[in-house]
Design a binder for this molecule. Structure first.
Ligand SMILES: O=C(CO)[C@@H](O)[C@H](O)[C@H](O)[C@H](O)COP(=O)(O)O
Length: 367
């Protein structure tokens, strides 16, 4: 049995960490759903930057939207939502069959808003309304300013994917925002079912820490933080606070592994996926990793609910000189900055394409 199927059968959702118009047009995404147990998809500004910059698949859309008077962020949002609506429709049968647990796609708010709570709430509302799909998560970063926006968005009934979480503490802050949002809904007599996932970034820990560590500790930090957070997730799901909400009909905010592609060329290409098999979690993986897992993945035993060796590994790494709290903060800040860079780059690409298409006086390209 393929490892993708094994992971699916043990209760982990495999999502694709990519979207391009070509994946939609040529049937590749539909094939991943049919053959590789892919049950959802995530996007981010870097993914759209690569998609739009990767060829001419978006040129016709850009030209048509330019003629309709759109530009900048507005034009990008429309392009991105066109793709995400098509992906959401492909996942709709999964969404229905799993009673809305699975089958989600994600669209991130502008990363320029990472430090702007009110702006983030307004942007989340706008994306949710414009998307017109029940199975689209709006992604909000779990930055200090993002946390109150997440609570408010959940309270308003907007499904949220909390992104840019690195540490267990950052995960717990996101979980707290989710719980408060749902508690406010219960108190207000509203439906407590508002879906959410909390995205913990794994591989970036190792990219940052490996150079400071002896070889025997390489590529262990991301997995240890994942295990530590899984323990916190399981504890939360067993807590009286959560059980009260569950009894009222709420659904758990699932823990999601992000940044799961292997970066160290000397490490196995399925490293993080094999290590982080766990029920009731989501693993969003890049295409290259999906192919590798489907071909030769070997999922290990499911994660122990008590975190297993996580604390021991973290202690060794701290002893070797890595300041874990400082690094978590830096990774979150760097991550937010990297998305700003991609965002600016993708808007520039669109502007350049608009100018080039206008200069050529092209009619909208046939698709
Ligand atoms: O949507 C999410 C998380 O919800 C993902 O797209 C997330 O942004 C990606 O996994 C990461 O950005 C990928 O990071 P990296 O592997 O390039 O370091």
């Amino acid at each position: 049995m393929k490892a993708t199927q094994q992971l699916h059968d043990l209760g982990q959702s495999l999502w694709l960490d990519n979207i391009t118009r070509t994946l939609l047009d040529d049937g590749t995404l539909a094939r991943y759903i049919a053959e590789d147990s892919v049950t959802g998809l995530t996007s981010n500004p870097s993914i759209f930057d690569a998609a739009i910059g990767g060829g001419d698949a978006y040129d016709a859309g850009i030209h048509a939207k330019s003629l309709a008077g759109l530009k900048g962020e507005e034009l990008f949002m429309e392009l991105a939502l066109e793709d995400l609506r098509r992906a959401a429709d492909l996942f709709k049968p999964v969404f229905d069959a799993t009673h809305q647990v699975d089958g989600w796609v994600s669209m991130e708010v502008s990363p320029l808003l990472a430090a702007d709570t009110d702006g983030t709430i307004a942007a989340a509302d706008a994306i949710h309304t414009r998307a017109q799909r029940p199975n689209l998560f709006v992604k909000i970063p779990g930055t200090p300013e993002g946390i109150p926006a997440i609570e408010e968005a959940i309270f308003r009934g907007i499904p949220i994917n909390v992104t840019l979480l690195f540490s267990c503490d950052q995960y717990l802050a996101a979980a707290g925002a989710y719980l408060r949002g749902i508690e406010r809904r219960v108190a207000a007599g509203l439906d407590p079912q508002v879906a959410s996932v909390a995205s913990l970034f794994i591989s970036r820990w190792d990219v940052a820490a490996n150079p400071q560590l002896p070889a025997e500790l390489h590529n262990q930090l991301g997995i240890a933080v994942g295990k530590q957070s899984y323990r916190a997730y399981r504890e939360l799901l067993a807590s009286p606070r959560w059980l009260k909400l569950a009894a009222a009909g709420a659904r758990p905010q699932r823990l999601l592994w992000a940044s799961t592609g292997t970066k160290d060329p000397n490490a196995p290409d399925t490293l993080y996926v094999d290590a982080l098999a766990a029920p009731d979690t989501v693993d969003t993986i890049p295409e290259k990793t999906l192919h590798a897992v489907a071909d030769h993945g070997k999922p290990g035993a499911v994660l122990p609910v008590d975190g297993g060796d996580a604390e021991a590994v973290l202690a060794k790494i701290a002893k070797a000189g890595v300041d874990l709290d400082a690094l978590a903060l830096k990774l979150q800040q760097d991550g937010a900055e990297a998305f700003v860079k991609s965002w600016k780059q993708l808007l520039q690409r669109i502007a350049d394409k608009q100018a080039a298409l206008a200069a050529r006086g092209k009619e909208p390209l046939a698709r």
